[in-house]
Design a protein around this ligand. Structure first.
Ligand SMILES: [Zn+2]
Length: 262
């Protein structure tokens, strides 16, 4: 059997989520490690947290594939008394490479936003017709719902402990827009394209105000809950794509949202 290397996995990730789809400010691809290193175990997760590095070490993985980039802003030091420096040191000492697929995975067909649309049971899912690739998905509910029922539906579909509903008035929802993570900047764009509700995370007070004033309901299901479903799908994709190689792909099933409601 052929050897799977970090580069083999990088090529598979790039095939699903081409690097050119990433935003200019983003940092995707191979962030830590050697592209020629052999890989027999891959750990897939949303964030590269301490716990996730421990899981990868316990598993004997040589590679982590994450959605959020471990190294995002410009680094000016690698200090072991700071979290990021400590993470990088642990990874290097443990011979674990890190690949990130972030905004390229958000936008690509079959990526984070399509997975979210699918999870919500939307049909006729498309991107806004004035865009070639997009963070936004527009779709339809099989049956119209009230805002409160829709909020409950989102909560259940995403297995979210809680969601926040911005109720914009007494009208039913059939057409839904969405953007995983922090996508509130696209609420009015989705409304312009006919959405009666928008699903995202990280919504701020004045973004909620603008939504109400523009008559579009918003369900803030949280950054984590709108993105975590990609972990399983990305792991499945890699498992299938790398089936010719002696490589095992394990996904994170343990991470929880940083936020809790008390
Ligand atoms: Zn995110």
């Amino acid at each position: 059997m052929k050897t799977c290397t970090v580069q083999t996995v990088l090529s598979a990730v790039n095939q699903l989520a081409p690097k050119r789809f990433a935003e200019d400010w983003d940092n995707v691809g191979l962030l830590v490690g050697d592209r020629n290193a052999a890989v027999t175990k891959i750990f897939v997760c949303l964030d590269v947290r301490d716990e996730n590095i421990s899981q990868a070490i316990d598993l004997g993985a040589q590679l982590i594939v994450s959605h959020h980039p471990l190294i995002f802003r410009k680094m000016s030091d690698v200090r072991l008394d700071k979290p990021l420096g400590r993470h990088i040191a642990r990874l290097i000492k443990s011979d674990i490479a890190v690949i990130a697929a972030h905004t390229n995975l958000d936008k690509t067909s079959g990526g984070v936003n399509d997975v979210l649309a699918n999870q919500l049971g939307l049909v006729d899912v498309k991107i806004p017709d004035d865009e070639e690739i997009s963070f936004v998905r527009l779709g339809r509910l099989p049956m119209p719902m009230t805002a409160a029922d829709f909020a409950r539906h989102v909560k259940k579909s995403l297995n979210a402990p809680t969601v926040r509903l911005v109720d914009a008035g007494d009208f039913m929802i059939e057409r839904v827009g969405l953007c995983s993570g922090a996508g509130a900047e696209f609420i009015l764009n989705a409304q312009f394209h006919g959405a009666q509700a928008f699903v995202t995370g990280d919504v701020k007070y004045h973004e909620a105000q603008a939504a109400v004033e523009n008559k579009i309901h918003v369900v803030d299901a949280g950054h984590f809950a709108t993105e975590f479903p990609i972990v399983r799908v990305l792991a499945e994709y890699l498992r299938d794509e790398l089936k010719k190689f002696p490589v095992e792909v394990v996904e994170d099933t343990q991470s929880k949202d940083f936020f809790a409601t008390v």
